[in-house]
Design a protein around this ligand. Sequence first.
Ligand code: 7RM
Length: 651
Amino acid sequence: MAKTEKAIEALLKEGRTFSPSKKFRDNAHVQDEALYRKAKRNREKLWEDFAKELDWFKKWRKVLTWKVPDAKWFTGGKLNVSYNCLDRHIETARKNKAAIIWVGEFGESITLTYWELYREVNKFANVLKNLGVKKGDRVTIYLPMIPELAIAMLACARIGAPHSIVFGGFSPDSLRDRIRDCKAKVLITSDGGYRRGKVIPLKKNADEALKKTPSIKKVVVVNRVGDKEKVRMKRGRDLWWHKLMEDTSPYCAPERMDSEDMLFILYTSGTTGKPKGIVHTTGGYMVGAYATTKLVFDLKEEDTYWCTADIGWVTGHSYIVYGPLANGATSIMYEGAPDYPDIGRFWAIVEKYAVNIFYTAPTAIRAFMKWGEEHPKKYDLSSLRLLGSVGEPINPEAWMWYHTHIGGKKCPIVDTWWQTETGSILITALPGLTKLKPGSTTIPFPGIEADVVDEAGKSVKVGAGYLVINSPWPSMLRGIYGDRRRYVDTYWSKYPGIYFTGDGAKRDKDGYIWVLGRVDDVMNVAGHRISTMEVESALVDHPAVVESAVVGKSHDLKGQAIVAFTTLKRDVKSSPKLLEELRAHVAKKIGAIARPDEIIFTADLPKTRSGKIMRRLLRNIAEGAVLGDTTTLADPSVVNQLREQHEHKEG
Ligand code: 7RM
């Protein structure tokens, strides 16, 4: 955090700003402040007008019912998300427009028009029904970035079965825990998935997880890698996707969902070892995803839009699938990594499909920077007119590089702040209007009352504090699946009636917000949320380990790197081999994204007299920074020893 803060100080002094060109502004959906004024006058009216742009089977009676901490939006309204993403477009000239252009790792591609996607989704919805899935039953989806992933989620939405998508990079244990928590009835997976030319054995992982998931009755398996990965199909339980689709009827009536019926659960890391199942409902989520996609990305009928996220994360849910499709857009879905088969891949895709809007994460931008501008230079990127950033604070160098070498100095950059919990973007520029400051997420979206407050909850007009949201918004989470207490404790207890984001932020004299990062024990590694406790639990699960304390340390590419201070059992000797074994153990327990970057073996961990591990101190050691006050330490010598070891290692 210290590093981020310094960078922000420098930026504030510098005061660089960027305004949209006249051409951009003159064509933008939002060209003036009217929407902000409207929101100030009547926030509910603003959201109601967005809701009216969608298709409802039955109109709502009431826009908002707010009884802290429970919001109900569009009460009495009936709608279906898959209807809004598909059916309403096939009645129009969009029928044969590309809905999803899928690009595979080998450069192959599949275009699904709205009509084709509609047919696939209807068929798969019938498949699910035939397998006994009913409205309200949970379906876990563990797939790579292939078209079947989007089809499966829309099919779930069509029949009212909440989906829980688990990122394909997660381990069998992680998958098992997520299935067990929501008691899913069906699992949808694939034989494997490609990652940089290698096969990730998803079905094998699933089989491992399925040993302890009694709720799962059927497993649908997509054939993605064919002969490259042998799979064992369990009779009576495991079924091939393509077989099931063969003779299934092509129409399935969309379920009439109540506005507050659950649409999906998505697990995200919190401050304990156990991930939280964030619950989103139908009407409010759809309105939030729809309205923000349209206005933040200034989306037009003729645009080709590409969000590079994985659908296993919330960004993919809202801004590859639901938001763009509700808008009738063409959304690109890319299976692979940015550096495979070579580091020009992203730009080759932009050129080939004449992408207009490009949305990615700072961690990717920093990697492109490192690889050098000569790579994007080889491609024609002139189709781009708008760029986006999400997932973590973007440092000014990366912002400028993105602006110059990808945007050709002509594209506004929307730095969008939001969370799995918020469902859609809450703090962002509107690209035809807002003056941009590199590194700042700028101002709240119309209708969003974000604030920066001090420990006591008092608004900090200029300066640093906690980022909070003062009033409800349609796409906000409705709870943590099966854990009311944790929902109340995590988000609504620090300041009663006010949503606590878990982020620190600074507000400047123009009211612009600069996000500093998490203030809890959640790390942000390459844009992924990982809890320190999850990694600690994985480490102490290894027989050689007694205790471990994990902290995030700033990292030039990933934003944060994972550093694990680890105490070994008395009879175990530390060695480079053991270090590698422990790193691999964490990757196996959680997934490769959680593999510690550094493990520091130590005889003891610094604790307060009451026995709490002093994380701030460990963070400082990890950063190589000067130590703060150590007088509350039980044994100060531990710290010096740790610091020496660390310096030795770095040297
Ligand atoms: C969309 C997403 C949420 C956390 C959030 C922040 C950080 C996200 C930005 C950002 C600075 C941004 N969902 N974060 N966007 N920090 N500027 N534009 O990432 O649930 O996975 O993570 O990510 O700390 O609390 S998430």
